[in-house]
Ligand binder design. Structure first.
Ligand code: 4AD
Ligand code: MG
Length: 432
């Protein structure tokens, strides 16, 4: 029996007869030859059908294939120096498995709304294939990095009664006879985990009812939230930069083919594998923006234009340290010697991408934390369990959250977060 291989393994089967289970993405044919563009979910390559090398029936089948027909192809692998994949298959037999007619996404250009309406099919295209493979490599590398650093993954609940990142962007749902919310962040639970296991990370979906339509916001996105006991902010920043450098290096090492498919410049990415990353204070960031004629004053939060400008001033990702208290959540540790700032940092990605990480050292004192919860008008009832963490062996601890689609969008150099997740959820989109 002929072995069945995946296209990505073609190099190991040169001059062998093999079978491939694939779909047709495009086709060109003349009287004597047909070129079948094939994909099997592992890579894309070309099948060549020569009229005088196959039966009349097989050649006729080849000429009639429509886009997205699925089939089992038998043939011999050859090197093909003209394609950047490097190999092709000379076809000897074709067995159609599932027919396809009038496939909506043709090789022509389509508008973005049309493509999003057909996301279930759009995922098959070369570019979307490459992005999802890179996403998968970043998932793999995340587990590798945190496992190597002695973290365990801890899964926080998704149905919650609390709103750590503010109450304006909550999805409310019914939980039997009580209201509940879809989790905005696993952080408070990760803090409980850090007190139990030292170093933990979460990696799961979070939800924010973002009413604005921007290229940086989804209503459902994935976040990685590491939390470390007995750790101050400076050490947390080192973990953050090492993690980002490791993610980028892993993509460079394991996704060269995919990076070429999306034309991502590898030399640019290499700059992000060097640590440390620069650090500036929020105070300095405000000065930089004012010098560049942005209409901002101390105390303002940054919008996309401000973040883009700041990140464009650096070759590497840049940490902006110690934001004003008024624009950050209640759980952060106030900065010593200042009464208006927290010990926190956002990491801004270069090339204008803006914030990809938000993090801080946490308030450890029971009374101060309680006062901050009250000052933000949050219900003490909901946070009783969280306050317990400050009652029984409270220790300095720090953590951060990486917005996974933001990181993918930057590493892949995409225009919009919607391509970084298989099925994006945005203000006007919950289908497919
Ligand atoms: O800055 P944020 O709100 O921080 C937290 O949630 C903390 N609890 C994290 C922690 O310290 N454990 O969100 C973290 C990151 C942001 O830096 C951004 O990358 C991403 O999550 N993010 C979004 N990504 C996509 N769509 C949205 N609507 C996002 N909102 C935040
Ligand atoms: Mg933030």
């Amino acid at each position: 029996m002929t072995t069945t291989i995946r296209i990505k393994d073609a190099a190991q089967h040169v001059d062998e007869e093999v079978q491939i289970n694939a779909w047709l993405t495009d086709k060109r044919s003349s009287g004597k030859i047909a070129f079948l563009q094939l994909r099997d979910g592992s890579a894309f390559f070309q099948g060549v059908v020569l009229k005088n090398a196959v039966s009349e029936e097989v050649f006729a089948t080849a000429k009639e294939l429509h886009q997205e027909t699925s089939m089992t192809i038998t043939g011999t692998i050859h090197e093909d120096s003209r394609s950047h994949f490097g190999y092709e298959i000379q076809v000897s037999d074709i067995n159609v498995v599932g027919t396809s007619e009038d496939y909506p996404i043709t090789p022509k250009e389509h508008g973005i709304e049309f493509l999003l309406d057909h996301r279930h099919l759009w995922l098959r295209s070369k570019r979307q294939f490459a992005i999802q493979q890179i996403r998968n490599e970043m998932i793999r590398a995340t587990y590798e990095f945190f496992n190597n650093e002695g973290f365990i993954k801890m899964d926080p609940p998704i149905l919650t009664g609390s709103a750590p990142e503010g109450t304006t962007e909550l999805f409310e749902t019914e939980y039997f006879d009580k209201p509940a919310y879809l989790s905005q962040s696993g952080q408070l639970y990760a803090e409980a985990g850090a007190m139990a296991y030292g170093k933990v990370f979460t990696f799961g979906p979070v939800f924010r009812a973002e009413k604005s339509k921007t290229r940086r916001h989804l209503t459902e996105f994935w976040m990685i939230e590491p939390e470390m006991a007995f750790m101050h902010q400076d050490e947390s920043l080192k973990i953050q930069e090492n993690y980002i450098a490791f993610l980028v290096q892993s993509v460079i090492d394991n996704c060269e083919y995919e990076l070429t498919l999306i034309d991502r410049d590898i030399d640019t990415l290499k700059k992000y594998t060097k640590t440390p990353f620069p650090r500036i204070r929020y105070d300095e960031a405000i000065e930089m923006l004012q010098k560049a004629n942005f209409d901002v004053k101390w105390g303002d939060d940054f919008g996309s234009p401000e973040e883009s400008y700041l990140s464009e001033q650096f070759e590497q990702p840049v940490f902006v340290l110690n934001y004003p208290k008024a624009i950050k959540p209640f759980y952060m540790l106030p900065e010593e010697g200042r009464d208006d700032t927290y010990v926190c940092a956002d990491l801004l990605a270069p090339e204008g991408y803006g914030e990809i990480i938000g993090g801080s050292e946490r308030e450890v004192d029971y009374d101060k934390l309680k006062a901050q919860i009250e000052a933000k008008g949050l219900s003490l009832d909901e946070y009783e369990w969280y306050l317990d963490l400050r009652k029984y062996g409270s220790v300095p601890h720090s953590g951060f959250g990486l917005g996974f689609e933001r990181a993918i969008t930057w590493i892949c150099h995409l225009d919009h977060l919607r391509e970084a997740i298989p099925f994006p959820r945005m203000i006007n989109r919950i289908k497919p």
